[in-house]
Design a binder for this molecule. Structure first.
Ligand SMILES: *Cc1c(COP(=O)(O)O)cnc(C)c1O
Length: 387
């Protein structure tokens, strides 16, 4: 099919041309005397995106999933209790990983479409007077359902309960696109990956840990080798890595960080709100609903529920085969019930309108009872009239 595929999945996201160009580099000696000139500022600038001054940032040749494992195995011992709310495929997978790694996982089920219930968390932590729970695993942006939880509120609930657990946050689809404040929210482990807000190919786990989490490495008994933070710390101190880094990834990250910091993080967050809000106007104009319950709407992905009798997979299939646009599928419990429009990364008003127009055509083709042009019109009106 002529023309490019229009990628509106919530990851991997579109890679800006400048980033692609920056990655087109010959191989380089990663033990050279000048390598630290590339590497050290990357760690410093990553800290700006995570909003931490007191923590340490790390770049692992891995993906976001490894970030979960890095947090768990470097700071905890087998049998330690961890608490997680499960309300989508990613919180589900993180809980499942923690079980496989032999932690005692308290999984609290929530409806898919809701996020972390702060009152419930506070109550549970107050009940845990002996402080047996060693870590809270919080999924900031549940990409499967388009749900954002209030991490500042999680910190408040922990403080209100006077609970000393570590706070680990999956920010794979929020960091670098939705407001995130590691130090202010007392996050002990912030986990992200390269292929969402950072606008890079998959292949880097971008993580940051607090001093408290780093100190926990000394007593944590979980087995770890490749993902050991101490190996990274020992090499990173001099601007090197414990094993061969992906040089193109590092140059791409340099450019991506430059783009994010030049735009300004607050502007990046505002742009994602705008992209999301235009999308939400279109969804409302179609008479469709978000999977996310009010107050939990994500600014990086909208999961749209299809009415009973319809299969969201048909919409995705038509969109792909007829219009060359890629939408996110419903995962696990919401398979066939939702399709997802990603609005994360290198996007602007008109790229969003492309997504909305493509979805609208696919909905009409599949017999959805919507008015042709209604979603596009609602989004156009919002984008035109909103500064
Ligand atoms: C994409 C994603 C992950 C998984 O990241 P991989 O890079 O595929 O390992 C984890 N958590 C969330 C919330 C995600 O969106």
């Amino acid at each position: 099919m002529a023309g490019r595929n229009h990628l509106y999945v919530p990851g991997p996201t579109n890679i800006p041309d400048e980033v692609l160009s920056a990655m087109h580099v010959p191989s380089e000696d990663h033990r050279s005397p000048i390598f630290p000139e590339l590497f050290k500022p990357l760690l410093e600038d990553l800290k700006k995106v995570f909003k931490t001054e007191t923590g340490h940032s790390f770049i692992f040749p891995a993906t976001g999933t490894a970030g979960w494992e890095i947090a768990l195995t470097n700071t905890l011992s087998p049998g330690d209790k961890v608490l997680i709310y499960r309300f989508g495929q990613f919180s589900h997978l993180w809980a499942a990983m923690a079980k496989r790694l032999d932690f005692e996982v308290i999984v609290i089920e929530r409806p898919w479409g809701e996020g972390i219930p702060l009152d419930d968390l506070e109550a549970r932590l107050k009940e845990d007077g002996k402080h047996e729970i060693k870590a809270i695993l919080a999924t900031h942006n549940e990409t499967a359902t388009g749900v954002t939880s209030d991490i500042g509120g999680v910190r408040k609930a922990m403080d209100a309960a006077g609970h000393p657990a570590l706070l680990f946050v999956d920010g794979v689809s929020s960091i670098a696109s939705i407001d995130f404040r590691m130090d202010e929210w007392g996050v002990d482990g912030a986990i992200s990956g390269s292929q969402k807000g950072f606008m890079l190919p998959a292949g880097a786990a971008l993580v940051a840990f607090s001093q408290k989490a780093i100190a926990a490495c000394d007593t944590a008994q979980s087995r770890r080798a490749f993902l050991d933070l101490k190996d990274q710390l020992a090499s990173n101190k001099d601007g090197y890595t414990p094993y061969t880094p992906s040089i193109p990834m590092l140059y791409g990250l340099r450019k991506a960080l430059d783009l994010l910091l030049e735009e300004g993080l607050e502007n990046v967050y505002a742009r994602h709100y705008r992209l999301a809000e235009g999308t939400r106007k279109a969804i409302a104009a179609w008479g469709l609903e978000l999977c996310a319950k009010p107050g939990f709407e994500s600014n990086t992905v909208s999961a749209v529920v299809v009415p009973a009798g319809k299969d969201a997979r048909d919409v995705i299939a038509t969109a792909y085969s007829k219009y060359n646009i890629s939408l996110g599928a419903g995962l696990n419990e919401v398979a066939g019930k939702v399709f997802r429009i990603g609005h994360v990364g290198d996007m602007n008003d008109v790229s969003m309108l492309g997504a909305i127009a493509g979805v609208e055509m696919a909905l009409l083709d599949n017999g959805f009872d919507i008015k042709a042009g209604s979603g596009v019109a609602a989004a156009i009106e919002y984008y035109r009239t909103t500064a």
